[in-house]
Design a protein around this ligand. Sequence first.
Ligand code: PLI
Length: 462
Amino acid sequence: MTPQRASWAEPYKIKMVEPLFLTTRETRARAIEEAGYNTFLLRSADVYIDLLTDSGTSAMSDRQWAGLMMGDEAYAGSRSYYHLEEVVRRRYGYRHLIPTHQGRGAENLISQVLIKPGDVIPGNMYFTTTKVHQELAGGTFADIVVDEAHDPRSLFRFKGNVDLAKLEALIAEHGAARIPYVSLATTVNMAGGQPISLENLRAVRALTRAHGIRIIHDMTRVAENAYMIQLHEPGHAHRSVAEIVFEICSLTDGATMSAKKDALVNIGGFLATNEDDVFEEARNLVVIYEGLHTYGGLAGRDMEAMAIGIEESLDDDHIRARVGQVFYLGDKLVEAGIPVVRPIGTHGVFLDAKAFLPHLPQDAFPAQALAAELYLDSGLRAMERGIVSAGRDSRTGEHCYPALELVRLTIPRRVYTQAHMDVVAESVQRVYERRASIRGLEMTYEPKYLRFFQARFRPRPG
Ligand code: PLI
């Protein structure tokens, strides 16, 4: 590790730029109406600063771009596959690797291999795609995250922790045989990018081992989680992010990865496992859904860029600047008195829409309405993470009413500057000043699965 400096700066300089264009309020008003007040349905040409997601939106390095040229496009046995396999083994410690087109491809495989109808899958809060694959395989998700995770005001440092008593109660109720694995995310996206501590993970490992239950690790943002451990968990300040990541992975039995986040690529993911029979079964399935087991829906060049991106993601200077930029925006909003999820998470700043718009009931979709309003104000694109994302209860058909009703300002890696963050903060403050005028929305179209992607809305009658 490098010594701490008084101030950090990005550990890179910019070699290529992509122009951004401001739009007029009239253009934006038309665009958001045409998009059914859903920021997923906007065209990116109509967006000024795009904080929809950190998924697949990172800037690749010169080495990754060079790697693209070195990709081996062989249908079978690609050199780039073996490069990726070597990096996954050395950096994460997992024995077997199956590439997939992105994270949800891996979620589909692991759910089909391990879940039987009637099974229960405990997890440290749900994630949209993870949960839907568990349900499609016949399982039911059970939330075992600590209560603090559901409280945007709690300053607890490790809101991604598992509540061990909840896990024990679930095992007592259903029996270990009905629990194929604990689904454990580093970090917890829906809680606001919140980390799990190593101490808690070790305890989860001990408990699951005693009952013969696997841990399947959603390692989408594991480097960011490791950085929070380095920063805040006693006894780990002297360790590198790479070392902590390796230990986290060693406490789990397998993993799904969306490489579009931590691993700094625009597309890609994988399933990793230490179990020979799980690997065997997943390798049979991958050829149906993704492609041959040595490319899994990816081009050779994608695997090459991913192998290089994984190495870069574990660099302490990189991760300090990446998360540091998120903290910069978060601290600015906190200072301005804007209600945000605290502590600030690692991949974005999450506005607390319930506190921002206390005059709106949750079924007026406050977070969806706030995201639309931010776009209208400045062309800033954010994402709803509240009642729309939570979907409906698969048994009752009713809306799920999550405690957290959030708008996520997600920061892509290595893409925007501090000046962009200042513009974002100013826009949020302007909208906050006129928050009482925001009316809320009603839904006019609702897709069956993962409705937040394609649902349409209109303003509630005033
Ligand atoms: O978008 P995918 O299919 O590559 O990965 C799915 C996925 C799995 N786990 C977690 C924690 C995610 O954050 C995730 C995708 N997240 C998206 C797209 C996001 O905008 O946060």
